[in-house]
Design a protein around this ligand. Structure first.
Ligand code: NAD
Length: 437
């Protein structure tokens, strides 16, 4: 059954109390509600949309009655995936860029998944919430500051949940670290570091074979910012209780000049390629420093243009210890066997395994991004089924996404500090953490 907008607004008073408390924990996964069918429409059936559809098709009692894409080839491939899984052929939408509205207006959908271009995420999620459908949007949930507010305001007006599908928040190691932090093993947390180091020039921003523009390349021509902040900051906001006990105060960002894209094109395609001599606004490395209201700091790196292996360089440091993802190590004062020496993280990973991973390791392991895609969608769908809050809520989504536009503002103003708007309207002071509780 579709959830009508009126029903949502009626349940909203309860939701304000109930959502945080029941935020997709193990109790929901194991609840007796498993049998209720959840109907999900997907808009954007390209590479990422295809991976998400694969996960949706693996979940019990989930149907995909409708798909939307303006690219006929991607749409047909997705229809075939659903049919090949033995499901009913979905209705299709995509006659123009706004046809998603016709899909979202259907009254037989409970939720929509959005895996389109960045500028569409927020308008589509807003439309979905207004149509009474849970919105699950790819990263970043919003590209501009206004779009962050649009998401928050629409959620507050409609009572409909909106979750940014930030899969790295669900990584096994990051969730075990969260448990260690909550048990006090690292003492008072003081500082975190995180990075999205992923060379996407040679295959994602531009066509791999021809070097011609793909849809995301225009952002590199027009903007200088942390283009993709949510993968790295996702786990950090849970480690630092941002939005539920602490909040960003201000940020400062510094960008290098742009060298790598021109160098890549000159080297690979030569000087006559149209992209070789073009001017790119986007610097190669952006370093953002966040100072929090409770006196902590976070360093966030954008690093998606220089040739290099993938890396996130998560690090969290407290008064009693430190975790370093790159070294796959911890050091805990008075616990680690040797003075000022790292010890391997693996035994801690096993001891502090999150209950999500304890219960879903076997199923999740078969899916992309180390199983995180399975976990995030499973929990999203369970929240839809049980009409509860999603594990990542609209505030988390805005808090993660806002690093993009604010970093651009700081860079444009010569790395001066930019105050961060409070999307929670002061509720961060009293709200209790609910993610992975
Ligand atoms: N979470 C992750 O790990 C992860 C990984 C890859 C990509 N992504 C995100 O997923 C999104 C999609 O990336 P991708 O690599 O799949 O790109 P893609 O080009 O393969 O797919 C995007 C699809 O959206 C469709 N589309 C765009 N505007 C539309 C509109 N108005 N109506 C209907 N369809 C529309 C396109 O036709 C295309 O098929 C991006 O926002 C990206 O940031 C996330």
């Amino acid at each position: 059954m579709a959830i009508t907008r009126r029903k949502f607004v009626q349940t909203n008073a309860v939701a304000a109390l109930g959502f945080a408390a029941s935020s997709a924990g193990l109790n929901i996964i194991n609840s007796g509600e498993q049998k209720k069918v959840v109907r999900v429409g997907v808009v954007g059936t390209g590479s990422r949309g295809g991976s998400l559809i694969k996960v949706l098709l693996s979940l019990d009692n989930v149907e995909i009655p409708a798909l939307c894409d303006i690219n006929k080839e991607n749409l047909s491939k997705a229809v075939k995936m659903v049919e090949d899984a033995g499901r009913k052929k979905p209705d299709t939408y995509g006659k123009d860029e706004y046809d998603f509205k016709n899909m979202m207006d259907r009254d037989d959908l409970d939720a929509v998944i959005i895996a389109t271009y960045w500028e569409w995420h927020s308008p589509m999620a807003v439309y979905a919430m207004k149509a009474g459908k849970y919105a699950g949007t790819e990263v970043p949930a919003a590209y501009t500051l206004d779009e962050c507010w649009d998401l928050v305001n629409t959620h507050e007006e409609t009572g409909v949940p909106c979750m940014m599908l930030e899969n790295w928040s669900f990584r096994r190691d990051n969730l075990a670290v969260l448990k260690m932090i909550r048990k006090g093993l690292l003492g008072q947390i003081v500082h975190c570091h995180c990075a999205h180091s992923h060379d996407c020039i040679d295959h994602w921003f531009f066509d791999k074979e021809t070097g011609m523009d793909r849809w995301a390349s225009k952002y590199l021509v027009e903007h200088n910012r942390d283009q993709y902040p949510t993968h790295q900051i996702g786990p950090v906001i849970s480690w630092l209780d941002i939005g539920c006990g602490d909040y960003y105060d201000f940020i400062t960002s510094t960008a290098t000049d742009s060298f790598a894209i021109n160098d890549y094109f000159m080297d690979r395609f030569g000087p006559d390629h149209p992209n070789s001599k073009r001017k790119y606004a986007q610097g190669d490395i952006v370093s953002t420093v966040v100072r929090t209201k409770m006196g902590k700091s976070i360093v966030i790196n954008y690093d998606m243009q220089l040739p290099r292996p993938y890396d996130n360089r998560w690090m969290v440091q407290g008064t009693r210890g430190i975790y370093n993802e790159q070294r796959d190590s911890v050091f805990l004062k008075d616990v680690s066997p040797e003075y000022h020496k790292w010890e391997p993280f693996t035994p801690y990973q096993e001891k502090y395994e999150s209950s999500w991973w304890q219960s879903m390791k076997n199923q999740a392991g078969n899916f992309s991004h180390g199983g995180t895609d399975y976990l995030e969608l499973k929990l999203f769908v369970e929240a839809v089924r049980n009409k509860t809050q999603t594990p990542i809520d609209v505030y988390d989504s805005a808090i993660m996404s806002v690093i993009g536009p604010l970093s651009e503002l700081s860079i444009a103003r010569g790395s001066t500090p930019v105050k961060v708007p409070d999307f929670t309207r002061g509720k961060w002071k009293t709200k209790k953490p609910s993610f992975a509780i």
